[in-house]
Design a protein around this ligand. Sequence first.
Ligand SMILES: [Zn+2]
Length: 184
Amino acid sequence: MNMLFNRCILLSAVFIIFIFCILSFILYSNSVLNSLYVDDEYVVSESGFVWPTPNYFQITSHFGYRNSPFTGKTSYHSGIDIGAPQGAKVLSSFSGTVVFIGFSGANGYTIRISNGIFEATYSHLSPNFIVYLNQFVSAGELIAVIGPKNVYGVPNNPYKDSNGNPTNGATTGPHLHFSIKKGR
Ligand SMILES: [Zn+2]
């Protein structure tokens, strides 16, 4: 009787340790998976595109015709502007290859990523790019951070603010200009 009782205690202990190990493993693997985005609102659309600026969702200027913030006249806006501060993370919206990286006129420091069907443009970035030309990036991968309003050292940069300081393309302040085009 006593021996049976001891065996029960032993088996219970083994069982409890076993459950504890499994729970620890689940908690550990979850924390590893979530660690990349632990503080971020990582959002994937129904079509599978990742929202490029975790935690920042305000569209400050929509796609299409608008009154230009520079000339005041009607002009075509080829993407959306998302309000986000300098240094905020920019994630790749889908998996693809970096097909352009550099300063691109009115778009300022820009990355373009193509998967053969869609091409995404991310503009007004920091020149300290995290990816490089021809690199394959995954959906949700960190590619850059939002750039400053003013950038220096770009040859023949025609864009300037009201103080005459060169700007990161045609921009009045840090934000992400973002577009996805089909057929590239
Ligand atoms: Zn824009």
